[in-house]
Each structure stands twice: as structure tokens, then as C-alpha cells.
Design a protein around this ligand. Structure first.
Ligand SMILES: Cc1cc2nc3c(=O)[nH]c(=O)nc-3n(C[C@H](O)[C@H](O)[C@H](O)COP(=O)(O)OP(=O)(O)OC[C@H]3O[C@@H](n4cnc5c(N)ncnc54)[C@H](O)[C@@H]3O)c2cc1C
Length: 453
């Protein structure tokens, strides 16, 4: 039986490992932390409250690889579609519903565009020009799109200032976690094409009923163990040992353990790959990964004494915070001891990560009161600010040339992770896709049958 070592138990590592285990490979997963999940790990909220994801996440119906992963784990019923329109709310507390019609693409978007009445009619009609350009590559040649920013591309597509600030910019921030003046036009056009234009089902937002940990992290660990895989925590891989024939013989951990295998998948974030593989043939890959940079996300959880947000989620137009999600989970004992929770998300939040939590909570509360008058009579009970200074790679123009292929300079090593060249932004979907691709490559290298075919 061939043996493979997977380094990192984030979404990419878990999806790689499961596909290999399903195909009869002996799998060892080595994870630096004490728990699995990486950037979708679960944290304790304390005070008897239900555990939380370490940051608020949203998925879309177009997350095909993720939904297939969830289906393999038998947890599809733990995903729920966000029902009803997702409003954009302006600072004057006016609500502009963004909903989708049950019509074939692209007509499903007509209702969405009609509802955005904070934009003038001309602006709304012209939104379609950017959509058409995303599909056909107008506004810049498709292969040239990665060198210009999303703002410049939108301008080329004749989008005015109001349409950009009132509609496109919140979408760029939410999907690329990068300011619109830096964000890659190519990645944003891909998001529009695959996420919003493909059809109503693809564009429908999805949320886990409880946490992503319950949806796929914990089930993946159980499924791996059931297949005989060994998942080890607190194992910081510090180096790759050459086999003297252009490949790798083993990885070594910080505690000095040597773990040999026939093949290896490195599924760590772009900012960690350099520490593992810095010298010789890895140097240019590690340098490019470092050049990708990173971008912060802050999630602010606020518990109130009563519910006030009447939508599952809503966007702030022109706010410091970008999105708010209504979360109504139960505590472990079935009660709801923390009260009613909303999660506010600020993307591309680098300027805010050094700000104190008290100031951040005060700003969130002020924005809730201003944008949602119904929150004014609800009392804040407690808060939890979750800062991720390195939440995703920075999806800047030019990112395409810095993202690594699945193959590596070593013949028996493959790479996975949201930062590898998936053609997608740093997302759960990109991570699962990269994991599936790495597993398929390893199976070919080992001459093993793919158990999913
Ligand atoms: C706050 C926040 C909000 C987000 N929102 C969304 C969203 O709404 N929708 C969406 O699709 N995506 C979102 N994302 C992005 C998504 O979480 C990531 O793209 C995805 O989880 C990345 O998975 P990964 O496996 O590639 O990397 P990671 O999750 O980072 O996993 C890598 C793992 O490798 C381990 N590791 C690193 N170095 C070593 C080593 N030397 N030895 C052993 N182990 C090592 C790490 O500990 C980690 O567990 C968000 C991310 C954050 C942080």
C-alpha cells in the first residue's frame, strides 16, 4: 500500500486526505495546531454559548466542489440556503433589496438590479455592461485583465461612481478581500461570471446551519479515521528531506520526528510555505508566494437581549463594516444563554486590526443603530472581536503570476491551498478544488485508482 503525508489540516488538506484515503492510500495528516480546520476552525465563545466559527463565512451555490465534499461526508442537510432578498442598506437606513428571480440566467438578475433603487435608473441599466464584459472579456482582453484593478476595469465597462461605491465595491471586498483599487479585475470578472451570472442556484448564498466545523471539519476527521488514516495534531512540519533523486523522502517535525512516505502534499497557507521550503529549487516558488501578501478580516460578534435584524444577512453601503449576518444558534444545552447574535464583517481590514476592541465594538454598534433603526431599542449584552490579520492572500492585480501550480520542484510533492493557481479567489471552494486536484495528481504519480471515479 502506498503512503502519502498531507501537511496541514485546513479545508485543502482535509479534502486532499479524504480523496486519497477513499482511493486506498495510507494517509498521514500532520497539523501544527491542536485542532483541524485552519481558517475555518471552531472556537469556544464561553459563557455557555454555542461554539463559533473563527470568522463569519458565506458560501455560494456555485461552490460545486465544496458541495460535493459535503455530500461525500453525508452532511448536506447542514447547509441552508439564504432565503429571500439580501438587502443593501444605505446610511439613511433605506433598504434596497437584492433578490433573484426563478428565471433562466441571466434574467434571474433582473429583480436584483431593479431593487437597487439607491442607484439611478441609468446606473442600474448599465450594471449589465459589466456583467456582459465579465462573460465576454470586453473592457480588456481576458488575459490582460489580471494586470488591471477591478475599479479600472469597471470604469472601462462604463460604470459610474455611484454604481461602483453603491454596488460593486461591497462585492469586490466581500469576494476578494482586497481594496477595489488593488483587486485583480480578472478574479472579480471570474466571480461575476461563475457566481452571479451563471444562474439563480449558483448565485444563491449558503450558510452552515451551525458551524463549518460541524458541516465538514469534524465529519472529515471522522471519515478519515474510519478509513484508517492517521491525523496528528501539534505536529509542526519544519523541513522536507531530500531523497537524493529529485524527490522528498520524509518530512521532519519540530519535535524531531521523521515521517517518510511515497508522496507528499503541502497544504499550508502562502505565508507558511517559505519556512518549510526556502532553499534551492524551492526559492522562486517561496518568493512568489511571499509576494502574494495577505489581507485582514475582522468579524465582530455582538449578542443582544432580543432579535432585531429581519434578514439573514445585509450589506452596508458606505459603512466601516461591510456585511451583517443574523445568527440564531442554540447553546450546547439547547437554550440560548448569550442572547441573540449578529456577526458583522469588515473585509480588507488592515487599517483596523491594530485598533482596540472597544473602539471597534463602539463603531459597530454606532453603525447598527444608524443603518438599522430597529436595533436602537435592543441592548448589547456582550461582544467578541475576532481579528485575522492574515485572513487571505491579497488578490491584487498580477496575482496570477505569483500563484503556484499544483506541481512542485520535487517530483513526489504536490501543493494545495486556496492560494495555489485555482483561478478563484481565496475561498473554501478554491481550497477544496486545490485539494481534489492535488489528490488526483498524487494518485497518478502513485499509479493508484481514483476511488471517486
Ligand atoms: C475571517 C475569514 C473569513 C472568511 N470568509 C470566507 C467566506 O465568506 N467564504 C469563503 O469561501 N472563504 C472565506 N474565507 C477564506 C477561507 O477560510 C480559506 O480560503 C480556506 O479556509 C483556506 O483553506 P486552506 O486549507 O487553503 O488553508 P488553511 O485553512 O490556512 O489551512 C492550512 C493549515 O496548515 C497548517 N499548517 C501551516 N503550516 C504548517 C506546518 N509547517 N506544519 C503543519 N501544519 C501547518 C495550519 O495550521 C492550517 O491548519 C475566510 C477566511 C477568514 C480567515
Amino acid at each position: 500500500m502506498s503512503r502519502a503525508v498531507v501537511v496541514g489540516a485546513g479545508v485543502a488538506g482535509l479534502s486532499t486526505a479524504l480523496r486519497l484515503a477513499d482511493s486506498g492510500v495510507e494517509v498521514i495528516v500532520l497539523e501544527r495546531r491542536r485542532a483541524a480546520g485552519g481558517r475555518v476552525r471552531q472556537i469556544e465563545a464561553g459563557g455557555g454559548r454555542a461554539p463559533l466559527d473563527c470568522g463569519q463565512h458565506l458560501m455560494l451555490g456555485c461552490y460545486r466542489e465544496t458541495l460535493a465534499f459535503v455530500s461525500r461526508l453525508g452532511t448536506s442537510e447542514r447547509v441552508s440556503q439564504v432565503e429571500g432578498p439580501t438587502p443593501f442598506v444605505t446610511g439613511d437606513a433605506r433598504v434596497h433589496p437584492y433578490g433573484l428571480w426563478k428565471l433562466p440566467a441571466p434574467f434571474h438578475t433582473v429583480r436584483a438590479v431593479a431593487g437597487l433603487n439607491h442607484l439611478g435608473l441609468r446606473d442600474r441599466l448599465k450594471l449589465g455592461l459589466a456583467a456582459v464584459s465579465a462573460k465576454t472579456g470586453r473592457g480588456a482582453r481576458r488575459d490582460a485583465l489580471d494586470v488591471i484593478s477591478a475599479r479600472r476595469w469597471l470604469r472601462n465597462c462604463r460604470q459610474g461612481g455611484r454604481a461602483i461605491s453603491g454596488f460593486w465595491e461591497p462585492l469586490v471586498l466581500a469576494t476578494l478581500n482586497t481594496p477595489i483599487d488593488e483587486a485583480s479585475a480578472l478574479l472579480f470578472a471570474t466571480v461575476i461570471e461563475k457566481g452571479f451570472l451563471a444562474g439563480r442556484e449558483e448565485a444563491t448564498p449558503l450558510l452552515p446551519r451551525s458551524t463549518l466545523h460541524d458541516l465538514f471539519v469534524d465529519p472529515a476527521i471522522s471519515a478519515l479515521r474510519l478509513r484508517g488514516a492517521h491525523v496528528a495534531f501539534g505536529q509542526d512540519v519544519v523541513s522536507l528531506q531530500d531523497d537524493g533523486r529529485g524527490g522528498v523522502a520524509a518530512v521532519t517535525t519540530a519535535s524531531g520526528e521523521r515521517v517518510p512516505a511515497d508522496a507528499f502534499v503541502i497544504a499550508v497557507p502562502s505565508w507558511d510555505i517559505g519556512a518549510l521550503c526556502q532553499e534551492g529549487r524551492w526559492a522562486s516558488l517561496a518568493g512568489a508566494a511571499r509576494a502574494l501578501g495577505s489581507s485582514a478580516i475582522i468579524t465582530v460578534n455582538l449578542w443582544f437581549d432580543r432579535p432585531w435584524l429581519s434578514y439573514p444577512m445585509a450589506g452596508f453601503v458606505g459603512g466601516a463594516m461591510h456585511w451583517v449576518f443574523s445568527r440564531r444558534e442554540r447553546g450546547p444545552d439547547g437554550g440560548d444563554p448569550g442572547g441573540y447574535r449578529v456577526a458583522l464583517v469588515m473585509s480588507a481590514a488592515d487599517a483596523w486590526v491594530r485598533e482596540g476592541n472597544t473602539a471597534i465594538v463602539a463603531r459597530c454598534l454606532e453603525e447598527c443603530r444608524r443603518y438599522f433603526p430597529e436595533s436602537r431599542t435592543a441592548n448589547l449584552r456582550s461582544s467578541l472581536v475576532l481579528k485575522f490579520p492574515r485572513a487571505t492572500f491579497r488578490a491584487r492585480a498580477g496575482q496570477g503570476s505569483r500563484r503556484a501550480a499544483c506541481t512542485s520542484p520535487c517530483q513526489n510533492v504536490r501543493l494545495a491551498g486556496d492560494w495555489t493557481a485555482t483561478g478563484l479567489p481565496a475561498t473554501i471552494e478554491g481550497a477544496v478544488l486545490s485539494g481534489n486536484r492535488a489528490a488526483a495528481e498524487v494518485l497518478t504519480f502513485l499509479g493508484a485508482q481514483d476511488g471517486r471515479r
